[in-house]
Design a protein around this ligand. Structure first.
Ligand code: FES
Length: 115
């Protein structure tokens, strides 16, 4: 299993996030964001109850873009490393996903989603 191209890198805008469903499951299994200029990718699964975080398409962040939010119970995660700093799963973390940046594209190795 190889890599999938998620989007162009310049489509991931500072302070915003985007969800992706690379396996065609009908729900976004991962999301990417840009924070402090750096692109990060995380599995879309809250460590509290293993549910999706967003309340509607692509709404993974707080209104000011400074935190990842799980809208089920309001857990707050640091965008730079996925650590929960507030909420029922405090001290746990989102699963960070490896990704690659090639020729202006954001690529993600699919095998890590099988785990
Ligand atoms: S399921 Fe995410 S905070 Fe409860």
């Amino acid at each position: 299993m190889g890599c999938v191209a998620l989007c162009r890198l310049d489509e991931v805008v500072e302070g915003q996030a985007r969800g992706f469903d690379p396996q065609g499951q009908g729900t976004d299994s991962l999301f990417v964001l840009r924070h402090g200029g750096q692109v990060r990718a995380y599995r879309n699964r809250c460590p509290h109850l293993q549910v999706a975080l967003e309340y509607r398409k692509d709404r993974f962040l707080s209104a000011d873009g400074q935190w990842v939010i799980c809208y089920a119970h309001g857990a707050r995660f640091r965008p730079e490393d996925g650590t929960c700093v507030h909420g029922p799963c405090r001290g746990q973390a989102l699963q960070a996903l490896e990704h690659q940046q090639v020729d202006g594209w954001l690529l993600l190795p699919l095998a890590q989603l099988e785990r």
